[in-house]
Design a protein around this ligand. Structure first.
Ligand code: IPM
Ligand code: MG
Length: 355
């Protein structure tokens, strides 16, 4: 199990540090885990003047799986777009062909009161957002800046999806729904965008291969509203890169905190990059305040998807449940008046609970 560790910036090194403790404990328990660390994002820029240094990409390519923290920080905000930390993430997703981004929003019962919604709306919430990750307006060309006919500067981007790209992500959506609650909601903006009209046509045509899955379509504005009105109506959501970016941040608040949500980004062969869905939180970096659970839960996804070790995934998830049940809370999930523990204490508690 060769795992590339890319801590990144801000709270990235701290939360990944706790995930590495979990890996070390699993190695001591006999799993053949090998890790190697490399810089990405702002750290990549500092080390090699590029957000995705060649050596980092090579390490990631040679590994079976990649664990990433987060990238970005105020120090890098003035760099040209091509050198900004976010480009490190976008490039590694593209270079590794990680087109399928799985973002589960699962509410742990202990955190019901931390949800932004009333407990009865979110009790038992378990939804999976499947976000296409290597296409759409994120990567579409042409893009850039130009002087328009009126002599004014304008910026422009291109939203585009080819049929094959829609098909392969829709397939992940149908297959995932088949193994879960058999409900798939495809989210688009087909009342306005040509890209979405094609998306809807392609997804609809595939439904006949999956008679056991109930497919429905929803416009993204309505989906954003339904997620806070009645989130439990959803089982699996499949959507494009931009809409998925936005909806998955929204969904994280249902689960109590963005600090709880892991993600998997998979290629066609289950090789994956695993990262929390939150960002680098520069405002709390280096203060032992960040919640490491999203990163630790990302490891569980890694064992489940890349290494086909659902048993190990289950042990990690059970350890996270156990520390929540013990009452441990980092600041983001602590209720007013509850004592918060630090990043390291939370990581140590998970390692202890792993046994
Ligand atoms: C995410 C992030 C990234 C994205 C940024 C950091 C480029 O918001 O993983 O959701 O937009 O995909
Ligand atoms: Mg995002």
């Amino acid at each position: 199990m060769k795992i590339a560790i890319l801590p990144g910036d801000g709270i990235g090194p701290e939360i990944v540090g706790e995930a590495v403790k979990v890996l070390a404990s699993l190695r001591r328990a006999g799993l053949p885990i090998e890790t190697e660390t490399a810089p990405i994002g702002g750290a990549g820029y500092d080390a090699a003047k590029h957000p995705l240094p060649d050596a980092t990409l090579e390490l990631a390519q040679a590994a079976d799986a990649v664990v990433l923290g987060a990238v970005g920080g105020p120090k890098y905000d003035t760099l040209p777009r091509a050198l900004r930390p976010e480009q490190g993430i976008l490039r590694i997703r593209k270079a590794l062909g990680l087109f399928a981004n799985l973002r589960p929003a699962l509410l742990y019962p202990e955190l019901a009161a931390s949800s932004a919604l009333k407990p009865e709306l979110v009790a038992g919430l378990d939804l999976m957002i499947i976000r296409e990750l290597t296409g759409d307006i994120y990567f579409g060309e042409p893009r850039g800046r130009r002087r328009n006919a009126a002599g004014e500067d304008e910026g422009y981007d291109t939203m585009r999806y080819a049929v094959s790209e829609i098909r392969r992500i829709a397939r992940v959506g149908f297959e995932t729904a088949k193994k879960r609650g058999r409900k798939l909601t495809s989210v688009d903006k087909a009342n306005v965008l040509d890209t979405s009209i094609l998306w809807r046509e392609v997804v609809s045509a595939m439904a006949q291969d999956y008679p056991e899955v109930a497919l429905s379509h929803m416009y993204v504005d309505n989906a954003a509203m339904q997620l806070v009105r009645n989130p439990k109506q959803f089982d699996v959501i499949v959507t494009g890169n931009l809409f998925g970016d936005i909806l998955s941040d929204e969904a994280s608040m249902l689960a109590g905190s963005i600090g709880m949500l892991p993600s998997a980004s998979l290629d066609a062969n289950q090789k994956g990059l695993y990262e929390p869905i939150h960002g680098s939180a520069p405002d709390i970096a280096g203060q032992d305040k960040a919640n490491p659970l999203a990163t630790i839960l990302s490891l569980a996804m890694m064992f489940r998807y890349t290494f086909a070790r659902a048993d190990v995934a289950g042990r990690i998830e059970a350890a996270v449940r156990a520390v929540l049940a013990q009452g441990l809370r980092t600041a983001d999930i602590a209720l007013p008046g509850e004592r918060a523990v630090g990043t390291r204490a939370m990581g140590d508690a998970v390692v202890a609970a792993l046994g």
